[in-house]
Design a protein around this ligand. Structure first.
Ligand SMILES: *Cc1c(COP(=O)(O)O)cnc(C)c1O
Length: 382
């Protein structure tokens, strides 16, 4: 069935239960499966680390949304990233990493994989000369990008990066957490692999942690699936079910997130207290035209830099009432964060450090007038 995105989001991998007709597939909250005689498995299921029908339904759904042939679900975004990196890297290998990716991704590669002999260079991923200069022929195995990036919302041309990856013999990995497949499908643009923190927009309600790897590369999918089974960072059935439930409304949520974020970005674009707004939906953003080409809209994440510096930013982060001060993003409720000490604390003192006057907003789907009033009342008067 070659249906369109919003239809796939509701139906892919979600056939009704054949035993009872339940419209919503049940949560298979079980760790093991009875065998009809030794080795007589029903539907291939034997033990929930190797396979569980609820996890399978999410994996099928994720693959369908990203336009890939294989989805592999993990207990967190970082567990998914870890499995992917272990599947492709060996001691002496090298990763070219976007210089403002999620701080935890840099920490994972440099501090967990580093001691096993993996090297990493953070580079500016919107500058192809820098990427080419960073590539080490023969040992660079991965080009890793987030677009829009975190927290500065830089945009990378995925199709052009895929060309560089081919020349270099390196896999192009896109962390598609910020855009979600509703707005951007990297595999269709030539990327080899998509990773997700499904904790964010896919789950969408700030109530479940999870991660995923999606690819159409059969051999790579096999390796990642082996690590899911052999190292065991699987997504539990309840979390898989909650994620599926969230995904059903992904399309409509992303429309509203994008609309609200654009309104907030426009509100602050010419604001006397704001030095700069980082949002690709603004025509003044250097990646605006590119984002308009490779995304269907610009998403719910934006950052603002305050003119009055660090103290003003800290005060604002602690003064909003609707925007809750918290890590994470992508839920229906609005969140505000102070990247320098929150999401990006792990990269302080590295090239990925975030300026102290920057605030990151995850703009929720509340009434936008309430959101704007909240942000205005939180701006320090000075
Ligand atoms: C949150 C996040 C991750 C890590 O995912 P977890 O589910 O927290 O492990 C990776 N990449 C991006 C862009 C994220 O926002």
């Amino acid at each position: 069935m070659s249906s369109r995105f919003d239809t796939r989001a509701i139906h892919a991998g979600q056939e009704f239960d054949p035993a009872t007709g339940a419209v919503v597939p049940p949560i298979y909250q079980t760790s093991t499966f009875v065998q009809d005689g030794i080795g007589g498995l029903r539907g291939g299921y034997e033990y929930a680390r190797s396979g569980n029908p609820t996890r399978d339904s999410l994996q099928t759904l994720l693959a369908a949304l990203e336009g890939g042939s294989h989805g592999v679900a993990f207990s967190s975004g970082l567990a998914a990233e870890d499995a992917l990196l272990r599947a492709v890297l060996r001691p002496g290998d090298h990763v070219v990493l976007g210089n403002d990716v999620y701080g935890g991704t840099h920490r994972l590669i440099s501090r967990v994989h580093g001691p096993w002999g993996v090297e990493v260079d953070p580079v500016e991923m919107s500058d192809f000369d820098q990427i080419r200069a960073a590539v080490r022929q023969g040992s660079t195995k991965v080009l890793w990008v987030e677009t829009p990036s975190n927290p500065l919302m830089k945009i990378t041309d995925i199709a052009a990066l895929a060309e560089i990856g081919k020349e270099a013999g390196a896999l192009v990995v896109v962390d598609n957490t910020f855009a979600s497949p509703a707005l951007q499908r990297p595999l269709e643009l030539g990327a080899d692999v998509v990773v997700h923190s499904t904790t964010k927009y896919l789950g969408g309600h700030s109530d479940v942690l999870g991660g995923a790897v999606v690819t159409s590369d059969e051999e790579l999918a096999e390796k990642v699936r082996f690590l899911q089974f052999a190292a065991g960072a699987v997504l539990a059935p309840m979390e898989a079910w909650l994620t599926v439930r969230g995904i059903k409304t992904l399309g409509v949520r992303m429309e509203r997130h994008s609309k609200n974020a654009l309104a907030v970005a426009e509100h602050f674009a010419e604001h006397p207290k704001i030095e700069r707004v980082y949002y690709a939906g603004l025509p003044t953003h250097p990646g605006h035209e590119l984002a308009a080409r490779q995304m269907t809209s610009f998403g719910g994440m934006l950052s603002i830099a305050l003119k009055d510096g660090e103290q003003a930013a800290r005060t604002m982060a602690e003064s909003t009432k609707l925007f809750q001060l918290a890590e994470s993003l992508g839920g229906v409720e609005s969140l505000i964060g102070y990247p320098a000490e929150m999401t990006h604390a792990s990269v302080r003192g590295t090239p990925l450090e975030v300026a102290p006057n920057i605030l990151r907003l995850s703009v929720g789907i509340e009434d936008v007038d309430d959101l704007l009033e909240d942000l205005e009342q939180a701006l320090p008067r000075s």
